[in-house]
Design a protein around this ligand. Structure first.
Ligand SMILES: Nc1ncnc2c1ncn2[C@@H]1O[C@H](COP(=O)(O)OP(=O)(O)OP(=O)(O)O)[C@@H](O)[C@H]1O
Length: 827
């Protein structure tokens, strides 16, 4: 936010509290005349505002002479900002025409002949005429007075409170910032002074500051200032986000270590031998702990060792931080579980919409725990696409159970030591994430979320094996962190993992988990989540009340369909936040805004639509079939195009297909060639034509076996010249025996089919159970065909007769290209 820290520092230093500031403002107009002549000083880097202090360093000898004279006589000088930083302003063109008169409060001669002065702004003035430009600028001026707005008006109050709120937020994002600033702000009663004070510290260019100086109406100035502050806030939030990301534990540890070391060196220099005191203090703390004997012995032994060491040795701080960790860790500190399942259900229901299956499974799990009085059991793993509430559900479980909650993200974890801790001999050694998590939770039985279990990699050591040890009820009673060195009992911890994918979880680890799948949401479900949870939450977080703003269902659906593409609701949450913020801003700035957001308002508030849903398009050509795809952001329909051209039987595949999909295409093709009698295809066509299969959206990589039957249908259609029936889509793996196998991601795929306007879906018999799990009302206008063999696919998917301009295979050699074959791209 504030660029010029010295400026503010100076303000605090010299104000001695507030009276000085206020007095100076009151006396401002007392002793000067209108249209006086004034010596001007150009300010390169900042604008001086009335009532505000500003330091300035001077280099030019003649200017220094002048300034010294003014200082000695107690006179005033005019400060005018320069239009450009990089020039030495010597003429009237280089400076703005409105400036501020100032007193020189302090003048310090620097060793290199430069002079540093402290100015205090008094009154604004306008340059009427430049009388001289050398040896320094002299001008006739007229003084300007600010117009103070009606401080009782609603708008004025809204501007003042918004400014204060924004500044408070800015300060909270910058911990290094002196908290006195907030105190000072709360005590500045003069609104002009408040705006000038904030304007002078703004992290913005000189032109914007000058603009604020030139606004004489205080309400208007406040409004413009608020705009700048809000911009600053956005930047600060972004900066904080980035800083948080890069601020690793190691840095923190090294920082703590450094500080401690500094204190010690200082104490040593002062001749104080505080180290023994430090160790004694730790010992005394240890006496208060109720820990296992083995742990206590270890603790005191380590302190004895530390005592024998020189405090300057490298091992000393490691031993001390280790002892501190032991003291901070909760040893057998248990919270009492809430075993009232009704109440647990209520918590889960109030915090999450839908997810019945998941909630039911969680309650069963808790019921078993209650009946067996034992927290050992399978480790739950919530599995599903991003943003479906896996992590937040974990939080609710902790709340429902009345346990502490801790989350550790395993994303990008690649070193065993991050789980198990570092050896003490290692520079920057620290405990692993599990022990750190326990330390942060302050309890020995928290709900411990292991987020993104599928994202661990094993670059160094075997993190998965270390996790196995953590999760295994047989072993985790005495988990040994390499840094902590003494066993810690993790057996009462309730571990819950989350994952977006299952295939990247190491098999041994996966074996330990009870997978609870959370599917993506339908549009209807998203609408309910947005209506009942996300929108009210965003409205509250942004300081608005239900009476200030509401949203129409159609507007929410518009946001879902045109501004998000996801299975979960995270992006939807962000977009709703953006809508609320925009309305909030308009309210404060007294611009027109909708009290109830309608569909049309969404476009004007969020800008152009970002996504079009892939829709069904009719084709008149054989060789085109529609598949269903699963992507991490939800389902989609997928066009498969096949085309023949005169040649020698070559097969080309394009559209960034992965290996598994390529193999599916080859399987489908081989099966077709081996079963030409099924479809009455003459064998010779395979030798006389090249086949090209393409999957549009050529730049998007595609993979997986589930396009098997769609590939087969496209080929069967092409070689029989029978078009695929309208509005039919399919998904299923194909084998060389012609069997249709079940595939995953059915819910997302079916919902995408419905969205795209598909009417019939063909899929494996074994996928029937997945369809039954979808709410019937969401799929009531879709017809499902369950098949076992590809022959059934032919019956169901292909038109009974050939297209009108069907290919006559007997004359292939004479004609290069046939109608109905060569134009699939014009779909
Ligand atoms: N059924 C629901 N009811 C209410 N809010 C929900 C629901 N599902 C998700 N949310 C909200 O959506 C947001 C994102 O959820 P969360 O971060 O838990 O997703 P996630 O599945 O853990 O994602 P990731 O896999 O990326 O970690 C949260 O604010 C959560 O409260």
């Amino acid at each position: 936010m504030f660029k010029n820290m010295t400026l503010l520092g100076t303000l605090i230093e010299h104000s001695d509290g507030l009276p000085l500031l206020e007095t100076n403002m009151k006396n401002m107009h007392k002793d000067h005349n209108q249209d006086a002549s004034l010596t001007l000083l150009a300010s390169k880097y900042n604008v001086l505002f009335p009532g505000i202090y500003m330091p300035m360093t001077l280099e030019n000898a003649s200017i220094i002479r002048l300034v010294k004279k003014v200082y000695e006589t107690g006179g005033i000088i005019g400060i005018v900002a320069q239009k450009k930083e990089d020039v030495e302003a010597t003429s009237a063109q280089d400076i703005f025409t409105i400036g501020t008169t100032a007193r020189i409060l302090k003048l310090i001669n620097l060793p290199d002949e430069r002079v540093r002065i402290l100015l205090q702004g008094e009154e604004k003035f306008q340059i009427e005429d430049v009388i001289a430009e050398t040896p320094y600028l002299l001008a006739s001026i007229s003084r300007l007075k600010d117009k103070t707005s009606n401080t009782q008006s609603k708008h004025f109050k809204a501007v003042v409170s918004s400014i204060k709120e924004t500044v408070a937020k800015l300060i909270s994002l910058q911990p290094e910032f002196p908290t006195e600033i907030k105190l000072l702000l709360d005590n500045i009663n003069d609104f002009n002074l408040l705006t000038y004070f904030l304007a002078s510290g703004l992290d913005t260019d000189i032109k914007s500051k000058q603009k604020l100086l030139e606004i004489h109406d205080s309400k208007k100035r406040g409004t413009v200032l608020l705009k700048y502050l809000l911009k600053d806030l956005e930047v600060s939030k972004l900066r904080k986000k980035i800083q948080d990301k890069v601020h690793t534990d190691i840095e923190q540890l090294q920082h703590d270590f450094y500080i401690r070391r500094q204190i010690k060196v200082l104490q040593e220099e002062l001749g104080e031998n505080e180290f023994e005191d430090e160790i004694d203090e730790l010992r005394a703390e240890g006496e208060k702990k109720q820990w296992p004997k083995e742990v206590a012995d270890y603790f005191y032994k380590a302190l004895d060792k530390a005592e024998r060491l020189s405090p300057n040795s490298a091992d000393y701080p490691v031993l001390i931080s280790h002892a501190e960790l032991m003291l901070e860790l909760p040893w057998s500190v248990y919270t009492t579980d809430n075993m009232d399942l009704k109440m647990a259900k209520k918590v889960l229901d109030t915090e999450h919409y839908g997810l019945e299956k998941v909630k039911e499974r969680l309650l069963e799990y808790l019921a078993v725990r209650k009946l067996t009085q034992n927290m050992k059991g399978p480790i739950l793993c919530l599995y599903g696409p991003p943003g479906v509430g896996k992590t937040s559900l974990g939080k609710s479980i902790a709340k429902a159970l009345n346990r502490k909650y801790v989350k550790v993200s395993l994303g990008g974890l690649h070193d065993e030591a991050e789980i198990r801790g570092h050896r003490k001999t290692y520079v920057g050694a620290m405990p692993g994430r599990i022990i750190k998590g326990i330390q942060n939770s302050g309890s020995s039985n928290p709900v411990f979320m292991l987020d993104e279990l599928d994202k661990i990699t094993d670059l160094r050591g075997d993190p998965a094996a270390a996790l196995l040890e953590v999760l295994d009820p047989e072993q985790n009673q005495a988990f040994v962190d390499t840094f902590l060195e003494v066993p810690y009992d993790l057996s009462k911890v309730l571990f819950i993992a989350t994952a977006n994918q299952l295939d990247t979880i190491p098999p041994a680890l996966r074996d330990r988990l009870e997978i609870i799948e959370i599917n993506g949401y339908t549009i209807e479900e998203k609408l309910q989540i947005a209506k009942k949870y996300l929108f009210p939450k965003q409205r509250k977080e942004n300081g608005l009340k239900a009476t200030d703003l509401s949203i129409h269902d159609t507007a929410i659906v518009k946001v879902i369909e045109s501004y998000t593409r996801e299975s979960g609701v995270r992006e939807l949450d962000r977009k709703l936040a953006s809508l609320v913020r925009k309305v909030g801003k308009a309210m404060v700035l007294e611009e027109p805004y909708p009290k109830k957001i309608h569909k049309e308002d969404v476009i004007s508030l969020l800008g152009i639509e970002l996504f079009d849903q892939e829709m069904y398009q009719q084709t008149h050509l054989p060789g085109v079939a529609i598949g269903l795809a699963w992507t991490p952001v939800g389902g989609d329909i997928l066009f498969i195009e096949a085309i023949l051209s005169a040649g020698k039987g070559k097969l080309t595949l394009s559209g960034q297909l992965g290996d598994v999909m390529k193999e599916s295409a080859m399987t489908a093709f081989t099966y077709l060639k081996a079963n030409t009698n099924l479809l009455g295809i003459p064998d010779k066509v395979f030798e006389s034509y090249d086949l090209h299969i393409h999957l549009p959206a050529g730049a998007v990589p595609k993979d997986g076996p589930s396009a098997g039957i769609t590939l087969f249908a496209a080929l069967a259609s092409l070689y029989t010249q029978r078009k695929v029936k309208d509005k039919v889509a399919m998904t299923g793996e194909i084998t060389l025996r012609g069997k249709v196998l079940p595939v995953g991601g059915i819910k997302e795929k079916i919902l995408a089919a419905k969205r795209a306007g598909i009417k019939e879906v063909i899929l494996s018999k074994e996928n029937k159970k997945d369809i039954q799990e979808i709410k019937q009302k969401d799929i009531q206008d879709l017809k499902f065909h369950y098949v076992e063999f590809v022959e059934e696919v032919i019956q169901l998917a292909l038109q009974p007769s050939k297209v009108e301009a069907a290919k006559d295979w007997s004359i292939t050699k004479k004609r290069k290209q046939q109608p109905g074959i060569g134009h699939v791209s014009t779909l």
